[in-house]
Design a protein around this ligand. Structure first.
Ligand code: ACM
Ligand code: ZN
Length: 554
């Protein structure tokens, strides 16, 4: 009886299949299954062999590891196509690295088998191989992250078998490039570190009251006028301005460059066109977009503006559809984020055109929903219809759930998890990004370095441990849980301007997020995560030269 019971426990433990000795590798996110074996494989000078059925993009990523090994070990790794070898070939017959296609593996999954003479790495798609490469890098001495030769370390990886796949399909990180602008090179670096931790969605916040950051050919004033503000509030005082011109934008060519670069890293870029609020920069460029006709100014201060798009005018919709046409050309993503957050209704209450639209649509107050709120539902529905016609799906902040929302929309739950729990029970897909732990602009603690200006001033103690241990599924039924696509970290940048501050705010919360998304709730283990961070990951960040927070908790 005792024996049966213990084997039952074993099989339950194996549903997340993390072997007891797995932390020895200190990989983040922790792979699903790791089995250690005796011995090690010498990677210095090892041949690289790749399956010719891998995509060119995948082979490039494999080649990048060979190149980095050459730089770091001082010995070249030759690269050749793998002839007469498949994912089924026993490792005992192999010598060197083999990167092989295994179409039987699910999306984003990979396996790594390391023996004394070979490492066999298999994946069914580009992302799977990208994650295998990230894992391999983390298995190597951290000197692999330096771009110089290091003769002092042992260039080997331990013999083991890893079988891995993600829990959540959507593993997201956001960056607000509107409040403060980050260059293409800076955005690429942000993506690089996200990719090392197997993040696969980049939510790019490109439009705001304080700046419009994406070139739209049909509306050149969006970047001529909307991309620049004539000042920024000083510190937290919203009545001030430094009167210094500030701004920048991405040309369409640069946007394509970022989208391609991200794809190489296994990351899909999801653009956000935040509407109908947060549109002052567009309204400063084209004042007819507002209820009063302006004039408007690209905002100097943070907060929520009463000035929002006029929904009474058909020209507003023509504008939005034209902009979405260009956005869809630039971003192949299945999802387009249409914002929907923080849209005050004051102007609509006063605007004859908006009120005429409300009357024409027969919208009424009732069931705790105002007619102006229903007008916002109308905007969401029109945008959703338009994008559905272009083969896309919408994501919106959780305000889109107030009133009525058509099925097929995905709700980004930011004001806590309540909206996400409600939406998932109603059958909507949900991305969890509650302020309670996923707002990466909130301070991580009260240490002197946390208390610098580079973070949201009033919020403290939003540390990596809090994110790691947060219950995203509170009282959710298993059926509702199936609608949770994943968890996302949001990096709003009102108080973040310098790139080094960005990384201090990002890490180590990025690593905690990566385990939340990759491992899923049953396989999280804070003690194991802490050990992986202390024993390996912080050292990797040191070699990479990042400014990061050295503490996971207080
Ligand atoms: C938000 O933080 N306004 C989505
Ligand atoms: Zn109006």
């Amino acid at each position: 009886m005792k024996k049966i019971f213990s084997s039952l426990i074993l099989s339950l433990a194996c549903t997340c299949a993390i072997a007891a000795n797995a932390p020895e590798l200190y990989i983040v996110p922790q792979p699903q299954s790791v089995t250690m074996a005796k011995g090690s494989f010498k990677v210095k000078g090892a041949n690289f062999n790749y399956d010719t059925s891998l995509s060119q993009q995948t082979v490039l990523a494999v080649g990048k590891l060979a190149q980095d090994l050459y730089i770091c070990t001082g010995r070249a790794n030759s690269i050749a196509s793998a002839v007469g070898v498949s994912a089924d070939t026993p490792i005992a017959k192999l010598k060197g690295f083999f990167f092989l296609k295994d179409s039987s593996l699910p999306a984003e999954a990979y396996t790594i088998e390391v023996g004394p003479k070979a490492a066999k790495v298999c994946a069914g798609d580009h992302n799977g191989m990208i994650y295998a490469l990230a894992t391999l890098r983390q298995m190597m001495p951290e000197a692999i992250f330096a771009d110089k030769t290091n003769d002092e370390v042992s260039w080997t990886i331990p013999c083991c078998t890893i079988k891995d796949k993600p829990y959540f399909a959507y593993r997201g990180i956001q960056l607000d490039c509107a409040r403060h602008f980050f260059t293409v090179e800076q955005v690429k670096r942000y993506l690089d570190i996200a990719a090392l931790y197997k993040i696969n969605r980049f939510h790019w916040h490109l439009t705001e009251d304080q700046g419009w950051r994406i070139e739209i050919k049909k509306y050149p004033r969006l970047t001529e006028v909307g991309a620049f503000r004539e000042g920024t509030q000083i510190g937290t005082d919203r009545s001030t301005s430094d009167h210094k011109r500030y701004g920048g934008y991405y040309t369409q060519e640069q946007i394509r460059e970022v989208v391609d670069y991200a794809a190489g890293l296994g990351i899909t870029v999801i653009p956000e066109l935040d509407l109908p609020g947060h549109m002052l920069a567009a309204m400063a460029s084209y004042p007819w977009l507002g209820c009063t006709g302006g004039p408007y100014q690209v905002w100097h201060r943070w907060g929520i503006s009463d000035q929002v798009l006029c929904i009474g005018k058909e020209e507003t919709f023509k504008f939005l559809e034209d902009v979405l046409d260009e956005i869809c050309e630039l971003f192949p993503s299945e999802y387009i984020h249409i914002g929907g957050d923080e849209c005050p209704k004051k102007m609509w209450q006063q605007c004859p055109a908006c009120q005429a639209r409300i009357a024409q649509l027969g919208l009424k107050d009732g069931d705790g929903v105002t007619k102006e709120q229903r007008l916002q539902n109308y905007v969401t529905a029109r945008m959703q219809n338009y994008l559905t016609g272009k083969g896309r799906k919408i994501i919106g902040w959780d305000e889109i759930l107030e009133g009525e929302l058509a099925m097929g929309a995905t709700v980004m739950s930011w004001r806590g998890t309540k909206a996400g729990i409600k939406a998932s029970a109603m059958g909507y897909d949900v991305i969890m990004t509650p302020t309670d732990c996923c707002y990466l602009d909130y301070k991580q603690g009260q240490r002197p370095e946390d208390l610098s200006g580079a973070s949201y001033p009033r919020k403290v103690d939003y540390n990596a441990k809090k994110l790691y241990t947060f219950d995203f599924f509170e009282s959710m039924t298993p059926e509702a849980q199936k609608h949770i696509l994943g968890v996302q970290g949001n990096m709003w940048t009102e108080y973040i301007e310098a790139e080094s501050d960005l990384y201090y705010m990002l890490m180590p919360r990025l690593q905690a997020l990566s385990e939340v998304d990759w491992c899923g709730p049953e396989c999280l283990d804070y003690g194991r995560f802490e050990a992986s961070m202390q024993k390996k990951q912080f050292r990797i960040l040191d070699v990479l030269g990042y400014n990061y927070r050295k503490y996971l908790a207080e």
